[in-house]
Ligand binder design. Sequence first.
Ligand SMILES: C[S@@+](CC[C@H](N)C(=O)[O-])C[C@H]1O[C@@H](n2cnc3c(N)ncnc32)[C@H](O)[C@@H]1O
Length: 413
Amino acid sequence: MKVDAARGLAGRLPDGEAFLAAMAGPFARAVRTHPRRGQPSGWGDLRAVAWNPQGRFHADDLDPGDFLDYHTGTVHPQDAASQVPAVLLAAQPGETIVDVCAAPGSKSTQIGLDLGDDGLLICCDASAPRRRVLAEVCARQGITCAVITPMGIEALVERHPGSADGVLVDAPCSGHEPRSDKQVARMSDRQVALLASSAPLVRPGGRLVYSTCTPHVAENEEVIERFLAAHPRWSVDPRTLSGCDTDLAGLGAIRLWPQRQGTEPFFACRLLHAGDEPAVTPVGYLPPGDGLLGRWLPGSELHCWRRGTAVFMGSAAAAACPIPSEARGTLLGHARGDHLDPEAWAAQALIERGATSIAVERVDAAGLWAGDAVPGLPIGSFIRTGDGAPLGLMARDGRLALPSRMRRAGLRY
Ligand SMILES: C[S@@+](CC[C@H](N)C(=O)[O-])C[C@H]1O[C@@H](n2cnc3c(N)ncnc32)[C@H](O)[C@@H]1O
């Protein structure tokens, strides 16, 4: 008979019984707010997440998809524990970051917002369907610095060693389901191998964050210990975070627990590579710039380029990155001659960056989203709420232009 590995772990914890009970969930629900898209509205009590200024816990019975804020990208549903790795990575504008296991993109978009429009975020993931979701999540959050690549880590390391200031390995793990010790051990071997194969991407002096959403020591503290034993130029960069626990081996890593923080179980550790050398960031051909963006964002640092009729905008580093990609920057739209109506997510990204827009009351915003015609809003104008949540573009039919599959009606605001 299989014995759940969590039982063994519970024996090591002072609150082991509470841990086993809390592992069944549900976990406290949380969102991450977008720094440039206004404030959440209509949610009732939102409680600050102590370890991330952008994080908010919300009531269990609320579904973010029911809120206008979700559709304007003002909030992104993300477990509060899962917000820790990007906080530890602390990406700075201008840096190159590789997210090794990026899909579906909660942490990638958090990192992308830290980089802003200046820098490069290379997103890898072994799953093609999950990479497609990642591309949409990036578009919805207005991320312009991301390059989503089908390249495997080994190929990336072979061509671009030392290319990153920082790397995130948010590893596949046993999660919260019952697992035998044997299953956990197999996963641990896989995680050590993934960490070891990702590490050469980091420049000397750069950092690597390893994380999982499972409680098992073999997939967390032991992975770090096994990696350090085989990689003498690496060490833990010890961290503590407000409201979080420390790890179980005194390494200087972070732990979160369902019975303590109320989140899913989580582990994150920041590692440092000895030395100090600049990243050898991959630089390729910068496609010829297109002046189209100047219409909405005069003087913007963003690069704008065409491929056929498709027009893209992105950070210069994302535009010039020579790595094969399935998506890079943001699709602005499809041009007919010199005319282009921005795609829905691109319109939101333009508004967020200061494109001229008209502010409406939230009640009108919800009406517009539901497909109502609101008089007095000129065709071709950008619309936002008074506090800066971007809605989109008024289309020729006098309604807000939205992708057809978006939920429109009955949203809370
Ligand atoms: C925990 S999930 C990542 C979640 C993601 N970081 C987020 O915050 O939305 C782990 C991911 O690793 C991917 N994966 C598994 N093995 C991989 C490998 N060898 N290289 C790259 N990605 C891998 C899986 O497809 C899965 O999407």
